[in-house]
Write a protein that binds this ligand. Structure first.
Ligand code: SF4
Ligand code: SF4
Length: 158
């Protein structure tokens, strides 16, 4: 169990993770209409899925992720996920790109745990969100280009 709290972090409400909230799509550049940047306007009645159920890695894994990896501080939302039947760490930038010191920390974490790190960059043109690029950093044995829609130059191996 963890006593960590989201407090004033709203990284997962700001649209960096795409989702539908009460039927309204959020996406990069389009935060949830209920997000005040300090919290949620409808906190007591927020939807169960995804709002109540979503918990980022920092929130639920205090032994793995130190305080400075809180999304509102480090600029990335981290989740554990599955890819090809194996565990991976996924990181989504809170903004266009994951800050370089955070990415360095995540890469070291991936090496230490022999886990692939999948992350992305959000692309904007004239202030408008136009999509994302996917990148992967992981063990030689795990990353196979044909398993992904990641272009070869966006795959880094250790
Ligand atoms: S990103 Fe994590 S810490 Fe921040 S509000 Fe979402 S669940 Fe809470
Ligand atoms: S309804 Fe509240 S908890 Fe859910 S995404 Fe919007 S601001 Fe966040």
């Amino acid at each position: 169990m963890t006593n960590r709290q989201c407090s004033s972090c709203t990284a997962c409400c700001e649209g960096w993770l795409t989702a539908k909230i009460n039927g309204i799509q959020i996406k990069p550049g389009t935060p949830c209409v209920n997000c005040t940047k300090q919290g949620c306007k409808i906190y007591e009645t927020r939807p169960k899925n995804p709002c109540v159920s979503f918990k980022c890695g920092w929130l639920i894994e205090p032994d793995k992720f130190p305080e400075h990896m809180k999304p509102s501080k480090c600029g990335a939302i981290i989740v554990f996920s599955q890819w090809g039947g194996k565990g991976v760490v996924k990181a989504t930038p809170v903004g266009e790109k994951i800050p370089s010191d955070t990415l360095d920390w995540l890469m070291a974490f991936a090496r230490e745990h022999s886990l692939p790190l999948m992350f992305n960059e959000h692309l904007f043109e004239d202030g408008k969100y136009i999509g994302l690029t996917k990148k992967c950093y992981g063990p030689q044995s795990f990353i196979r280009e044909e398993d992904t829609r990641i272009t070869p130059e966006d795959i880094m191996r250790f």
